[in-house]
Design a protein around this ligand. Sequence first.
Ligand code: OGA
Ligand code: NI
Length: 210
Amino acid sequence: MAYFESEAWVDRVDQLAENDYVVVDNFIPNQLYSKIEAFYHKRLAEDNFAKAGIGALNDYQIVETIRGDFVYWLNKDNDAEIADFFVMMEEFVQFLNRTCFLSLSGFEFHLAYYPQNTYYQKHLDQFKKRNNRLISVVLYLNQNWKKGDGGELKIYQKEGGEVLIEPIANRCVFFRSDIVPHEVLKTNTNRKSVTGWLLYQPPTLGFLLG
Ligand code: OGA
Ligand code: NI
């Protein structure tokens, strides 16, 4: 797949480098998008999601007032139904390494479900004790999102401005995990996404690095 080999992607990477975030609509090819959506709904129907926590390793805690979402961590071996998604992310990592001279070496993704009336307060995606998350990736799966449904992603720009991003279906947002403060505004209906991080060390190394 030469999905990322286009002028449009060169442009998007420039935006990411310049603004620390970029929004890409219609990110996933239709057939794969349908597979991801079906997979998501199966996990939800089978009650495979767990309450999300904050922090890593020793810091890990569940704090209802900070974030209200439920997550299902993806695993390449178990979740073969969406193997093409992992292939696509692998290619994206290679593409960023080539074009931005990064040394990303992997990724971690989870499905996220925000029930009505939940949110995620302003935060950064890097933890104090495990700082190998470099790029955050959020793909939205909200087929009929409309104004008033809430759950917008608010990004705090370095110049002091704020951007509100509507979580519409097949929109993907990329941003720097270490320096972009962001929050999920209160949801007025449920909100679905696939959220992940491109890593610059294998995730397992985090335990050694502390
Ligand atoms: C996160 C997060 C943003 C979103 O999971 O850390 O900030 O729009 N998600 O879901
Ligand atoms: Ni976040």
